[in-house]
Design a protein around this ligand. Structure first.
Ligand code: GRF
Length: 210
């Protein structure tokens, strides 16, 4: 029997985090396979990257709303992920809020990456919020997805210094680079089943990340 840990990736954009995870799998750093890539946007870089790797990658029309999936779309996403028998849903730049029945279908099995050190600067453009606020250190956070906005238990974080000469674009670029290290590390720990959750605390069996 094939027991490989199966990942479904959802994204709306360029898909650089997807690429980082796919490359880490190809390099043998994550014991998993990408079973499915889904996007609410067509064309989307993430779908192009997935197809270039011969991975199943589909656009699912999101329906009538701007920030969430409508009910038919939500059911279509759930069905596709269930048919692909995914163990973990990885949000990689997926720009819609996931609601009740999606969260219930994959309870405790959805993670997201956010471009700030949560709980600071949730929501849109976390890097710009951090720069405008004047913090000296920001970073990125991988967290489980719950019903709130960027509010689920934190799996891992990586810091990025804010430099005096930073613009929103330069800071965002360095945070993005940090994401490409952090996300594969967190997905690897989950795939190895080395992560346990106690309330809000996510405990790593080995090598606590920085
Ligand atoms: C990342 O900055 C991530 O923090 C946010 O969406 C962006 C996705 O970028 N959730 P990419 O499509 O993976 O390049």
């Amino acid at each position: 029997m094939n027991n490989t840990f199966r990942i479904g990736v959802l994204g709306s954009g360029q898909g650089s985090n997807f690429v980082a995870i796919a490359d880490a799998i190809a390099a043998g750093q994550i014991p998993a396979e990408i079973a499915l890539v889904l996007s609410d946007v067509e064309p989307a870089g993430i779908l192009t990257h997935a197809r270039a790797r011969n991975l199943p990658a589909h656009f699912i029309p999101p329906g009538q709303f701007r920030t969430k999936l409508d009910e038919a779309a939500e059911q279509a996403f759930i069905a596709a992920l269930e048919n692909a028998k995914v163990d973990l849903v990885v949000l990689a730049g997926f720009m819609r809020v996931l609601k009740g029945s999606f969260l219930r279908s994959f309870e405790g099995r959805i993670i997201n990456i956010h471009p700030s050190l949560l709980p600071s600067f949730p929501g849109l453009e976390g890097w710009k919020q951090a720069l405008d606020y004047g913090v000296k250190v920001t970073g990125c956070t991988v967290h489980f997805v719950d019903a709130g906005v960027d509010s689920g238990a934190i799996v891992g974080q990586q810091t990025v210094p804010v430099l005096d000469q930073d613009t929103p674009a330069s800071l965002h670029q360095r945070i993005h680079a940090a994401e490409h290290e952090l996300y594969p590390r967190c997905v690897a720990a989950l795939a190895r089943r080395e992560i346990s959750v106690a309330g809000r605390r996510v405990i790593w069996k080995h090598t606590p990340q920085n």
